[in-house]
Write a new protein. Structure first.
Lengths: 135, 233
């Protein structure tokens, strides 16, 4: 990418985005305008797709609402996306979870990555930086 | 109240109308596309343009040339990349080598000084509509399917009519082929003007302009940015 364009984009990129992966259950807080007023609305669902990189990166979040499947695409670095909270890390073996569209009910469950494993994953870099004295 | 607002609007138009009449343009280099967010947080597709030096190097006057215009030099260049007539102009103006040199018609060329750069804010402002000219990407010699979006025949099932042209007209009446009939030929590599593009942002320090939408030409191609001709700004 052109250096000048990279600089323009760097100023717009969010720095505090959580690490997201396909299969995670997330809650996205979006600013919406209603009758001249602005408020934040949460939208919870499973990330079924990640696309693009840098400023143009989007995620597709799927949820089933009143028996109807809804998929919304969020531009991660958009100022309209206020916050993204990861509710649950999911274990999946696909990059795109399109198969969820054909399933309903219990078949749409996604195995959660074990809490211990998650803890290890987050603790690992710390240990790497400051190895325990016993090591 | 509303009438007042209208009046103010018209007065504003009259001011920018003066800018419009001037029709001086800026030369820039297309760097590529990205997206930025507007005040409402919506993503806008923008093309980033690096503006050149835009120094006035020569003038045309009614007395000498029959019309009023100024000549502008775009980007600083090596002397060897310019030819002798171009270097002659630049030497006469006493400015460092610039390329390309482009002429713009103005109402009165006496108000311009040779050797002075054109100020960005005199030509374009944020939120203004502009026309952008450039040379489109060349596609070479192309058939009617790609060049004019003509239909094509079946590619299989024994068909021998694939992408070639069909009939080019009736027989004895009119007994000739109509002018301007779409036929294969050179596609692209022509001067293109895209009108009514919005200036999203101007960075005067870095000489950058962000223009909403796509511009003609390849990355690194030279574009001319002018206030739009066919609409009030």
């Amino acid at each position: 990418m052109n250096q000048v364009i990279a600089e323009i984009e760097a100023g717009l990129l969010k720095k505090n985005l959580p690490s997201l992966e396909v299969g995670d259950t997330v809650k996205v807080f979006v600013k919406i305008k209603e009758g001249g007023k602005e408020r934040t609305q949460g939208y919870e669902g499973v990330v079924i797709k990640q696309r693009g990189c840098g400023l143009g990166k989007t995620i597709t979040v799927r949820r089933v609402f009143q028996g109807v499947g809804i998929e919304r695409v969020f531009l991660l670095h958009s100022p309209r996306v206020e916050k993204i909270a990861v509710q649950r890390k999911g274990h999946v073996r696909r990059a795109k979870l399109y198969y969820l569209r054909k399933r309903s009910g219990k078949a749409t469950r996604i195995r959660e990555i074990a809490q211990e494993k998650q803890a290890v994953a987050t603790a690992a870099p710390e240990n790497f930086e400051n190895p325990p004295a016993s090591a | 109240m509303e009438a007042n607002g209208e009046q103010a609007e018209r007065a504003k138009n009259a001011v920018s109308g003066a800018i419009k009449k001037m029709t001086v343009g800026l030369l820039g280099k297309k760097l590529g596309m990205t997206q930025v967010f507007d005040a409402e947080g919506l993503a806008l597709p923008v093309t980033v343009v690096q503006l050149g030096e835009n120094v006035i190097v020569d003038k045309r006057s009614k007395e000498n040339n029959g019309y009023e215009a100024i000549q502008i030099g775009g980007f600083s260049a090596k002397e060897k990349s310019l030819n002798k007539p171009e270097m002659g102009v630049l030497k006469k103006a006493n400015v460092a080598p610039l390329a390309p040199l482009r002429e713009f018609r103005v109402a009165d060329s006496t108000s311009y000084t040779i050797g002075q750069p054109i100020a960005i804010e005199d030509v374009i402002k944020e939120g203004m509509l502009v026309d952008v000219r450039g040379r489109s990407i060349g596609k070479g010699f192309q058939g009617t399917v790609k060049r004019y979006h003509a239909g094509r025949g079946p590619m299989s099932h024994g068909s021998k009519f694939h992408r070639s042209m069909g009939s080019i007209g009736p027989g004895t009446t009119p007994g000739r082929v109509f002018k301007g009939l779409h036929m294969p030929g050179q596609m692209g590599n022509v001067n293109v003007c895209v009108r009514h593009l919005q200036v999203v942002k101007i960075d005067a320090d870095k000489k950058l302009v962000l223009i909403k939408g796509a511009l003609p030409g390849c990355k690194g191609g030279i574009v001319e940015i002018k206030p739009t001709k066919t609409k009030w700004n």
